[in-house]
Design a protein. Sequence first.
Length: 336
Amino acid sequence: MTDRETSPTRLTLIQRPRRNRKSDWSRRLVRENTLDVSDLIWPVFLTEGDGRRDPVGSMPGVFRLSIDLAVQSIVEAAALGVPAVALFPNTDPTLRDETASVALDPENLVCRACRAIKAAAPEIGVITDVALDPYTSHGHDGILRGDEIVNDETVAVLAQQAVTQARAGSDIIAPSDMMDGRVGAIRAALDAAGFQNVQIMSYAAKYASAFYGPFRDAIGTNKTLRGDKRAYQMDPANTDEALREVALDLEQGADMVMVKPGMPYLDIIHRVAETFHAPTFAYQVSGEYAMIMAAARNGWLDEERAMMESLLAFKRAGAAGVLTYFAPRAAALLRE
Ligand code: PBG
């Protein structure tokens, strides 16, 4: 007698995938990917002053911190086990100019923050962004001549900016500018200055994305940006081009590569990780954070679950880690 004869509703199935999902212990046992505190990099916005904690309107729960408060929060993040922070300055508008001169000032906000963080929390890695947009009056990542962001001249400045940051104690230089040849130039400049051990995490595949809007609010470039960044950041339509960009950055000495934005580009993260087997990071950018928070604040999404699921998705896609504004909260949850 077959099953079907004894009960018309019972299927004869050899494989029942639900068996492995029937209990928490079993789900844990067969789980393929996990999110760990060690996967998290926390991007931190900096502002001048003392005791300042200015909310970023389009990013609920995110603040621009003066160095003293940034150091406090970063000490706490280090205690939770967050391995690294990435620093982004909101430069005083009066200090921004056509050529981004403050980018090379060893007393700029990022350099001072770097020294303060290394002194207070030597166990956490400090990542500094190499690009000129926080320092230019026009909001572009490079030097503007007419209506062109000139590549080679910009690269020369970026290499000096990287050395300035390394002198301030930066552990990882993260060029986010998308100029051609910048990784090689930065590696050579760092080595020449004696910083052979300073790492490079390149924003290798960085797309011209609408999802950076809230970030530009945070660093104060939204209103000043002249035009857009499509002549240097990648076209969202392209995949193979991302692989070529990553190949170039690795050839030129990148230790780690990044794909940005994150969630809309999981396919790119996956292909990069599978193709190169190099440490590949995802940046869950400001707009992705804003979307989750906006829906959660409206009661349309469960904030914690959406946060954790979005972060795990990067691991599943093959990322070694994630830059995320959720880092301190996710770390606290993972520690519970
Ligand atoms: C700029 C830079 C951007 C981000 C990191 N570095 C924005 C841009 O390219 O305009 C975006 C990060 C985010 O949206 O969270 N060099």
